[in-house]
Design a protein around this ligand. Structure first.
Ligand code: ADP
Ligand code: MG
Length: 257
């Protein structure tokens, strides 16, 4: 494979080009639909029957107390773990695919090409530069090095990191490192970006900047964002919020609209 069809440069993200859709506004379609997901770890019920749809272009916040199952749900939706029961359909123009039936290899391929990830601590490779961290994600999708580095440079610039391409991760602030992680999540043309407490280690001003960058690069550019957060200010900037307790979805703001 010389290039992934979703591979792209950041022409799309134009911060502020599109205003946020209000909670409950009409969404054109569902990209990911989970039905009755369950997952237990020994005696612990992490998911007790969760159904949830992720719509095209929405920013969806998942909130809830520690231990309520947020990360387990995110990892299930993203194909990192397989739930014990239930189904997860990934919808695309060419048809739908059932993720829970897929081989590990197929799910790995899906994670690499269709999904992007932003974690609390970035999970960047400290021995690589900012540019190399982003370019590597594209290269793992089969993009040739020169093109990957070019696209990586453009994504870093779109994240406000022009001039910092050659810095190693340890030479960046926490907020800058998270913006590298956001660039990395975008460079493959991911349709859905999953973020687990992406601002959890940042002060509130930096957290706000990182959320601005994350929203600009995802839902405002037509991609979907699923973000686990403790922070009501982060959730308030999303289109929709789902609350979890004891492995269940308690409340979905879309249902109230
Ligand atoms: P949250 O992200 O909301 O804090 P998690 O999804 O991480 O919650 O965890 C839900 C429950 O499942 C917790 O009780 C947690 O301890 C348990 N759990 C999660 N992952 C594992 C695991 N790999 N092994 C054992 N228990 C786990
Ligand atoms: Mg968690």
């Amino acid at each position: 494979m010389t290039s992934h069809p979703g591979f792209q440069t950041p022409a799309a993200p134009r911060p502020g080009a599109q205003t946020s859709t209000a909670a409950g506004a009409h969404h054109p379609g569902t990209v990911l639909a989970a039905h009755s997901l369950t997952k237990t770890y020994g005696a612990t019920v992490a998911l007790a029957g969760v159904s949830l749809a992720v719509r095209a272009g929405e920013a969806l916040a998942i909130m809830g107390a520690s231990g309520s199952g947020k990360t387990t749900l995110l990892h299930s939706l993203a194909g990192i773990i397989t739930p014990d029961s239930g189904s997860i359909q990934l919808h695309a123009e060419g048809g739908s695919r059932e993720m829970t039936d897929m081989s590990e290899a197929k799910r790995t391929d899906l994670r690499r090409t269709e999904f992007g990830f932003v974690f609390q601590e970035g999970m960047l490779l400290p021995e690589l530069t900012a540019l190399e961290n982003v370019a590597l994600a594209a290269m793992l999708c089969g993009v040739e090095r020169k093109r990957a580095e070019h696209a990586a440079g453009e994504w870093l610039a779109a994240m406000g990191l022009r001039g910092m391409e050659a810095r190693r991760i340890g030479e960046l602030s926490g907020g800058q490192a998270q913006r590298v992680a956001i660039a990395r999540a975008q460079v493959t043309g991911a349709r859905i970006v999953f973020a687990d407490e992406p601002t959890g280690a940042l002060d509130s001003a930096t957290s706000s900047d990182v959320m601005t960058a994350l929203l600009a690069a995802t839902s405002r550019a037509g991609r979907s964002l699923v973000v686990v957060t403790h922070d009501p200010e982060v959730a308030a900037r999303c289109d929709r919020t789902v609350r979890m307790r004891d492995g269940r979805v308690l409340d979905d703001s879309a249902a109230r609209a």
